[in-house]
Design a protein around this ligand. Structure first.
Ligand code: HAM
Length: 435
């Protein structure tokens, strides 16, 4: 068998890294300015962490999407399918309810779901995740949603759409589920098997049905937002009012339901066009009661996650890819055997300040220049017997072809100057940016 990456997983190649790094850097900058601090939790947890949190009617459970296994000590472990459960487990374990509230935490990393692989849906994917724990105020919901939009905008995704809804309080949900059961009972047999299962376990999830036959039965029914009690309705209106006040565009989506069971009241998703059927960049909502369910104090919370792969796909659609990593400032070419040791020594010394690479074997000048070019270097430095005798390096500015000879002792200073070789002044970026 030819060895290859497991279906639904992917390698992230060096050329992919700048875009990924940019997503994390932008998220970090935007979130940390709002007082969100980074938390890293393990990639696997006791299975119970997820079993207690995502809910037995969640897609993850119903569709057996969790990677759960026994380790050698007989512990049942699960690769995290999402971050919320692990973050809240850590919140409880470290007594974060004693920290000034709300505790705002962001995380990023891989998550694992045994799903049917398609565009935008993988088995190992990556999330950027936010949790705001310890506030039941609508302003917390609005801030979380606004931060999501801020991150996307800062990345260059101006036109993602926020769909805001509410799944209500548990009583509202029960009432709505009872309504759906009653409304659909006479024609339940006509639903697809998946939808029949949902009707039995978690009727609200029927609203996500894609099958046209199912849709025909569901489309005329009332939505979760029509079944809110007074408290959940007031909460929803307050969240919407904050977003309007801040000029954060959103659409009310009365049908929003989520694949995870722990949501109460606010539920939202953010979609982008042009990234295929899996158009949700991310989503989240309020999960009051979940911390208590995990054995902690009864503190409320709200959060979201976005899929990094989907955000990168959306960025590629709008042509907002990150610039490639810069190549070396200098690529040194040894033109004879003796120069191999010289260029290696010079490179090591210059690397305290600059990105410098060099050839490992002697090269003809023409080939050496081609090596430098392929490495993406700004300058090539040629060193042979004559240069050694004179204590210089021939420095060639690859873009202009201008060449000059620079004394070894001046090399660092020359690399610092805007352009040591080119006679016509092209301004080099400041030294701090390029190393
Ligand atoms: P979720 O909607 O299950 O929510 O996932 C959030 C995002 O992760 C999705 O919108 C999607 O972009 C990405 N995603 C999910 N599954 C996959 C997959 N198989 N392949 C690629 N991308 C995927 C949560 O995970 C909640 N924990 C969010 C949350 C945080 N709620 C409160 N706090």
């Amino acid at each position: 068998m030819r060895l290859q990456a497991v279906k639904g997983t992917a390698d992230r190649l060096p050329t992919d890294q700048p875009s990924w790094r940019r997503v994390h850097d932008v998220a970090r900058r935007v979130l940390e300015r709002a007082g969100v601090r980074e938390l890293t939790t393990p990639v696997f947890e006791f299975a119970e962490v997820f079993e207690r949190s995502v809910g037995e009617a969640a897609d993850l459970v119903v569709q057996k999407e969790m990677y759960t296994f026994d380790d050698r000590g007989g512990r049942r472990l699960t690769l995290r399918p999402e971050f919320t459960a692990g973050v809240l487990r850590a919140y409880v374990e470290h007594g974060m309810h004693t920290w000034p509230a709300p505790v705002k935490l962001w995380s990023h990393g891989p998550a694992f779901r045994a799903e049917n692989v398609q565009r935008g849906r993988f088995r190992q994917f990556h999330q950027v995740n936010l949790e705001v724990v310890g506030s039941a105020e609508p302003v917390a919901d609005a801030e979380a949603i606004a931060l999501f939009v801020d991150v996307l905008r800062a990345l260059g995704l101006e036109h993602a759409t926020v769909a805001l809804g509410s799944v209500g309080d548990p009583e509202d949900r029960q009432r709505y589920n009872a309504y759906l059961r009653e409304a659909l009972a006479p024609r339940a047999q006509e639903l697809t098997p998946t939808s029949q299962e949902r009707l039995r376990l978690n009727p609200m999830r029927l609203l996500d049905a894609k099958d046209p036959g199912d849709r025909a039965l569901i489309d005329g029914l009332a939505r979760p937002l029509d079944h809110l009690g007074d408290a959940a309705r007031a909460h929803f209106d307050a969240v919407a009012a904050f977003l309007r006040d801040w000029g954060v565009p959103f659409e009310v989506d009365p049908s929003i339901v989520r694949g995870l069971d722990y949501y109460r009241r606010t539920a939202f998703e953010i979609h982008a066009d042009g990234i295929g059927a899996q158009s949700a960049l991310g989503g989240g909502g309020r999960y009051d009661g979940l911390v208590a369910q995990l054995g902690g104090p009864d503190v409320p919370g709200i959060g979201w996650a976005f899929g990094v792969e989907r955000v990168l796909d959306a960025l590629a659609q709008v042509g907002a890819a990150a610039p490639a990593d810069a190549g070396p400032r200098l690529y040194l070419v040894p033109m004879d055997e003796e120069a191999v040791a010289d260029v290696a020594r010079i490179a090591r010394a210059l690397r305290t300040r600059f990105h410098v690479e060099h050839g490992y074997t002697k090269r003809q000048p023409g080939k050496g220049l081609r090596d430098a070019d392929r490495a993406g270097a700004r300058y090539a430095g040629l060193l042979g017997a004559r240069e050694r005798a004179e204590g210089v390096v021939q420095i060639k500015h690859l873009a202009s072809g201008a060449q000059t000879s620079v004394a070894l002792t001046d090399l660092a200073a020359a690399l610092d100057r805007p352009d040591p070789a080119a006679s016509v002044g092209e301004v080099a970026p400041a030294a701090t940016q390029e190393v």
